[in-house]
Ligand binder design. Structure first.
Ligand SMILES: Cc1cc2nc3c(=O)[nH]c(=O)nc-3n(C[C@H](O)[C@H](O)[C@H](O)COP(=O)(O)O)c2cc1C
Length: 348
C-alpha cells in the first residue's frame, strides 16, 4: 500500500487535517453532495459553498449554516470583508460546530467584486488582515484563507508575499492557494478556472519562503500520483471539479493520504447507503433530484456509466415514483457489474 506520511507544520490553532480537502463549490458542494462524498472518504476535509456574511447575518440560519452531523470534519467558507460582520459570522460558525472558518479571497465573479468579496480583496491585504484578525478573535476554531496567486495588475511574487505576510500576522496559519491568477475584467468565473495558466511552482516557492505556514495547493489536480508528488513538499491538496465529476476518486484518499487501513465502500454500497438518506429527504418534502444530481459521476469509466447518468438525469423527471426508479437502477448496476466481472473472468 502506498502511504504518504503527513508533515506537521506547527500551527497555533491545530484543527482538522487538511492533507486532502474537497473544495468549496457554489451550487455543487451543498450538504447533499457532502453527505455523499463523506460516505466515500471518512477523512477528507469538506468545505461548504461560499456563504456571504450578509446571508448568514440576515438570512435563514438553518439554510446557510445547516449540515448533517455525518459531514464532519467540515469547514465553513465565508465571503465578505467587513471585519465586524466577519467576526459575527465566525462566532456563529463555531457555535454551529464547524471545524474551521475559511475566508474566500479567490472568487472572481463581478457580483461579488461590487461587494468587496472574493479575489478583488487580493489588492487589499490590509483589509483582509483586519477581517482575519477580527475572525480570529471572535472564535477559537482555525481561521484559514483561500486565495489566488494574484489578480491582473497585482500579480507579482512580492505582492503575493506581502499578502500572505500581512494575513499571517493577523492570525492565519493556513493558506489554500489556487495556483493561478484571476483576471477580474473580461473573463467569466468559469474561464477564470481554466484560462490563466496553473503555476504550481509559485505555491512551492511560497512554502519555501514561509516554511512555518500550512500551505495547501489547489487547481487542476486530478491525478492521485501528482497529488502525492505535491505532498512531498506541501501540506495538503484541495480538489474541486475532479472530486465532483469523478467522486469515486475519494475512495483512495483515506488509505493513500492518511494511512488508514479500512477499505472504502464499493460503488454499489455507496448507492445503497444513499437510499435511506434520499428517502428521508423526500419524506420531508424534498425532491430526489436535488440529492441524486450530485451522484451522476459515481460510475464514471465503468460499464453502465451512461445508463446510470441517463436514468438519474432524465428518466427521473418522467416517473411518478423516483425511489422505485432508484431501486431498479441499483439492481441494474449490480447486474452490469456482475456481467462485467464474468466477462473479465472468461477473457482470462
Ligand atoms: C461550480 C464551482 C463553484 C465554485 N464555487 C466556489 C466557492 O464558492 N468558493 C471558492 O473559494 N471557490 C469556488 N470554486 C473554485 C474551486 O474551489 C477551486 O478553487 C477551483 O475549481 C480550482 O480547483 P479544481 O481545478 O480542483 O476544480 C468553484 C468552482 C466550481 C467549479
Amino acid at each position: 500500500m502506498h502511504t504518504d506520511s503527513p508533515s506537521t507544520p506547527s500551527l497555533t490553532r491545530p484543527g482538522p487535517s487538511r492533507r486532502f480537502c474537497v473544495a468549496p463549490m457554489m451550487d455543487w458542494s451543498d450538504r447533499h453532495y457532502r453527505y455523499f462524498a463523506r460516505l466515500i472518504s471518512r477523512r477528507a476535509l469538506l468545505y461548504t459553498e461560499m456563504v456571504t456574511t450578509g446571508a448568514v447575518i440576515h438570512g435563514e440560519r438553518s439554510r446557510f449554516l445547516g449540515y448533517n452531523a455525518e459531514e464532519q470534519p467540515l469547514a465553513l467558507q465565508l465571503g465578505g470583508s467587513n471585519p465586524a460582520e466577519l467576526a459575527t459570522c465566525a462566532a456563529l460558525a463555531e457555535e454551529a460546530g464547524f471545524a474551521e472558518v475559511n475566508l474566500n479571497v479567490g472568487c472572481p465573479s463581478d457580483r461579488v467584486q461590487n461587494n468587496m468579496i472574493g479575489a478583488c480583496l487580493m489588492a487589499h491585504p490590509g483589509l483582509v488582515a483586519e477581517g482575519v484578525r477580527a475572525m480570529h478573535q471572535a472564535c477559537s476554531v482555525p481561521v484559514t484563507v483561500k486565495h489566488r496567486i494574484g489578480i491582473n495588475g497585482h500579480d507579482s511574487y512580492a505582492q503575493l508575499c506581502d499578502f500572505v505576510g500581512q494575513v499571517q500576522e493577523a492570525g492565519c496559519d493556513t493558506f489554500i492557494v489556487h495556483a493561478r491568477i484571476a483576471i477580474l475584467e473580461g473573463l467569466s468565473p468559469k474561464e477564470n478556472r481554466d484560462i490563466p495558466p496553473l503555476r504550481y511552482e509559485v505555491v512551492q516557492q511560497l512554502k519555501r519562503d514561509f516554511p512555518q505556514l500550512e500551505i495547501i495547493i489547489n487547481g487542476g489536480l486530478t491525478d492521485l500520483e501528482v497529488m502525492s508528488e505535491q505532498l512531498k513538499t506541501l501540506d495538503g491538496v484541495m480538489v474541486g471539479r475532479e472530486a465532483y465529476h469523478n467522486p469515486y476518486l475519494l475512495a483512495e484518499v483515506d488509505q493513500r493520504f492518511y494511512g488508514d487501513a479500512h477499505a472504502a465502500p464499493d460503488r454499489l454500497e455507496v448507492m445503497a447507503a444513499m437510499r435511506p438518506y434520499i428517502a428521508r429527504h423526500m419524506a420531508r418534502g424534498g425532491v430526489m433530484n436535488h440529492v441524486t444530481r450530485h451522484m451522476l459521476g459515481l460510475f464514471q469509466g465503468l460499464p453502465g456509466a451512461r445508463h446510470f447518468r441517463r436514468q438519474l438525469s432524465s428518466a427521473i423527471h418522467q416517473t411518478s415514483d423516483p425511489l422505485a426508479l432508484y431501486d431498479q437502477l441499483l439492481t441494474d448496476m449490480s447486474e452490469r457489474q456482475q456481467a462485467a466481472l464474468l466477462r473479465a473472468a472468461s477473457i482470462r
